[in-house]
Design a binder for this molecule. Structure first.
Ligand code: BGC
Length: 768
């Protein structure tokens, strides 16, 4: 008997191996949505209520105390698990899949989900960085590779993209999204969905999960998980826009957010999950809760007990319960009590089955273990990573052309805790990093890259200073009950400062690599201050006091308080967390092999006290530049240190000839904006042309400026390109709180084009 089973297993494995080596698509072309729907209906007819609820259940792949003693093996064979998350061990993935496919009554494969946020083994820059590229195409390429890697390693579903608008950088999850702007955020959302899913779901793509639906970034006080209060007009005009864009791009799944939205938790919010998502937008995929969020409905004081939580989530339109086991333990009771009909359960299960068919999971349930390393170690992964990282960096300051560096520097002092930190350079949410395992692609730090670049005859002195993690323990350390390491003592600090002084006094050039540890942003990582943690500021001041040229390279997940540096340091390069090849990419930019062209996807505050800070605010009747009774702080300007859309280059650009193909249009019709961009410097470089509008009067006040078009272009020295942008219904309409509808209103619109959100080049459009 045993032999027979082993033989059968070998045949299955052989089949899979052949499928993979012959190109997975050869024996099963992607099936159409119609065919997936047909097959899912046939399957659904054979399912018991418990099996249906099983498909609505996602189980944790790691044992956690809150999950009780249920063994996943038993649940899977009983058909009580539709999906598993937090599992990356391919052998275990295959073992569980064999149980589902061979031992459960209906042989329905498990959908394995994971947070492939910015790469799998090859880690790309964090999403905020990729948004800084203002190059959706490059983010699409990155997520395509990440998705293919994940799929080869047994993950068919990624909990990405995070498209939450973040207007408040205290909120640590700003690093996971595209920043503050709905237009840029929508472009990046679309690109990511396309990258992960390809033209259609199939055996080499992963299904995207758009999160966290919705309003999560508006958390009170920037505190992660806290309540959001967002009026409907702001939901429609700002927070929901990237979600809608992702939905229109064909995203297969959504994730409901954790928090209360206007007093109704997002996970039990019928307006969000049914009225907006399904009725208004026509979404046909499925919605999973955030982790344990169905159980949390009770904690929020919204559901009476777990049964009520299951009822409220399912009746709001939530298809799948992530990890809390609330559906599996309670939903059948809700149906039996007649509160939800089995027909309604069918509607919730169907899209889950359809996606499994579309992904080709029924034909390819297993991972070909022999192929995983070959796919994950593809050299093109690292090459692409380096390219994306280079395109994501933002040059914030460059006095007297300090950058690009001259290759003649012989004595270089590299200072700062992040200069040689492999743990930080890839940022948060790295697949293997999450589970404490060493990542198999060894990241290249800035120190390593600089040493390699400067060669053996250069003298590189390194002064690390205490690690920022000594002030901020990681979330995952905390989960495991590890105590934070003791912060540096005064004596230790003094010793580091003395070392900094000695090293910088003796150098031709100082490169300071500073910022926040990667765990200081992302989930559950809000900050009330944007200071450089630890003694980094003192180290930086010591370096500048040496009188040597100082370049500051920042690694961080949110804007930081760099007021002092912006006045005293020669050059500042924002590298965010640039990923596996991050050090090489930083060196490419520092030495001028790559001319930086990234732009800020956030308004850069002076201090945390300015937050929420965003460029697309409404007009006040008393702006700051008036003499008195103005909208101001006593102690600081209300303006950002660097505006949204800002970033320098090693060359300069001129914008002129702003024209509208028609200066007057009927509401609903389009005009075309054209603008000339010229490279006025002596090096080739990338400009990002940005178009902003403002509606002067209407049924509601409109933001001072709103981004409505952008394009990143490469220009040779002296070259001019004429760029054209449509300005029609999609760009001019807004959702009015008075009419409760979308529409273009007649009136005058200001139009600006230029290098950032303060662009001066202006034209006027009349809408009749
Ligand atoms: C996060 C989600 C994530 C999920 C699964 C949650 O804690 O909020 O963004 O996708 O865990 O890992």
């Amino acid at each position: 008997m045993l032999k027979l089973k082993t033989f059968a297993k070998a045949i299955v494995m052989l089949g899979c191996a052949l499928a993979a080596t012959s190109g997975a698509t050869a024996q099963s072309a992607p099936i159409s949505q119609e065919e997936a729907h047909r097959r899912a209906l046939v399957l659904l007819k054979q399912m018991t209520l418990d099996e249906k609820i099983g498909q609505m259940t996602q189980s944790s792949g790691v044992q956690m105390p809150m999950l009780g003693s249920d063994r996943p093996d038993d649940l899977i064979t009983q058909g009580k698990v539709g999906s598993v998350l937090w599992l990356i061990d391919v052998k275990e993935i295959n073992r569980l899949q064999h149980l589902a496919v061979e031992k459960s009554r209906l042989h329905i494969p498990i959908l394995f989900g994971f947070d492939v946020i910015h790469g799998y083994r090859t880690v790309f820059p964090v999403p905020l960085a990729m948004a800084s590229s203002w190059d959706p195409k490059v983010e699409e390429e990155a997520q395509r590779l990440a998705g293919q890697d994940a799929r080869a390693a047994g993950i068919q579903w990624t909990f990405t993209p995070m498209v939450d608008i973040a207007r408040d950088a205290r909120w640590g999850r700003i690093v996971e999204g595209a920043g503050e702007d709905p237009y840029l955020g929508s472009a990046m959302a679309r690109a990511q969905v396309k990258g992960f899913q390809g033209e259609a779901l199939g055996p080499d793509s992963v299904v995207a999960c758009v999160k966290h639906f919705a309003g999560y970034g508006a958390a009170d006080g920037g505190r992660d998980y806290d309540s959001s209060y967002v009026p409907e007009e702001l939901m429609e005009n700002v927070y929901l826009r990237p979600f809608h864009a992702a939905e229109e791009a064909g995203a297969g799944s959504f994730m409901s957010a954790y928090m209360d939205l206007n007093d109704v938790p997002a996970t039990g919010n019928r307006w969000l999950l049914t009225d907006v998502l399904r009725k208004d937008w026509g979404f046909k995929g499925f919605v999973v809760s955030d982790a344990f969020a169905v159980a949390s409905l009770q904690v929020h004081g919204f559901a009476r007990d777990p049964e009520d939580a299951a009822y409220k989530a399912a009746s709001a339109g939530l298809n799948m319960d992530m990890a809390s086991q609330t559906y599996t333990k309670n939903l059948a009771k809700v149906v039996k009590a007649g509160k939800i009909s089995e027909a309604d359960i069918d509607k919730l299960v169907l899209p889950v089955l359809e996606v499994k068919y579309e992904l080709g999971l029924f034909d390819h349930p297993y991972v070909d273990e022999s192929q995983v390393d070959a796919v994950l170690n593809r050299p093109e992964g690292l090459a692409l990573e380096r390219k994306v990282a280079g395109r994501s960096m933002v040059l914030l300051k460059n006095d007297n052309h300090l950058l690009p560096l001259k290759r003649t520097a012989k004595k270089v002092a590299v200072i700062g805790p992040l200069a040689d930190s492999t743990r930080d350079i890839e940022g948060g949410w790295t697949v293997e990093g999450l589970f404490g395992g060493a990542t198999k692609n060894h990241p290249v730090t800035v120190l390593a890259a600089l040493k390699a670049r400067l060669g053996a005859d250069a003298q590189v002195t390194f002064v690390a200073g205490p690690e920022p993690q000594r002030l901020y323990p990681s979330l995952f350390d905390m989960i495991q009950g590890k105590k934070p390491a003791a912060p540096p003592t005064d004596a230790e600090a003094a010793e580091w400062i003395a070392k900094t002084k000695a090293a910088t006094a003796d150098a031709d050039l100082v490169v300071a690599v500073m910022g926040e540890g990667a765990t200081m942003s992302s989930e559950s990582a809000s900050r009330s201050s944007f200071d450089l943690p630890g003694i980094q500021q003192q180290m930086l001041e010591t370096a500048v006091a040496s009188g040597k040229p100082v370049v500051l390279v920042l690694e961080n997940g949110r804007p930081l308080d760099i007021r002092w540096a912006s006045e005293h340091v020669g050059a500042i390069l924002e590298a965010w967390y640039p990923g596996t090849e991050g050090g090489n990419a930083v060196a490419d930019v520092l030495f001028g092999d790559v001319n930086p062209g990234g732009k800020l996807p956030v308004s850069w505050p002076r201090v945390a006290g300015q937050e929420p800070l965003y460029y697309n605010h409404n007009l006040t009747h008393e702006p700051e530049d008036r003499p008195q009774f103005t909208s101001r702080y006593w102690d600081i300007s209300s303006k950002p240190l660097y505006p949204f859309g800002y970033g320098l280059s090693y060359t300069t650009f001129k914008f002129d000839q702003l024209k509208l193909s028609k200066t007057s249009v009927k509401a609903g019709d389009a005009t075309e904006v054209s603008v000339d961009v010229t490279n006025t410097g002596s090096t080739a470089g990338d400009a990002v042309a940005q178009v902003y509008i403002h509606q002067r009067a209407g049924s509601a006040s409109r933001p001072v400026r709103e981004l409505k078009g952008f394009a990143r272009v490469t220009l040779k020295p002296g070259e001019t390109k004429t760029l054209k942008f449509p300005l029609g219904k999609a760009e001019l309409e807004f959702w009015s709180p008075q009419t409760k509808a979308w529409g273009v209103e007649p009136g005058t619109f200001d139009v600006w084009a230029g290098e950032d959100s303060t662009a001066a080049l202006h034209a006027e459009l009349a809408v009749e």
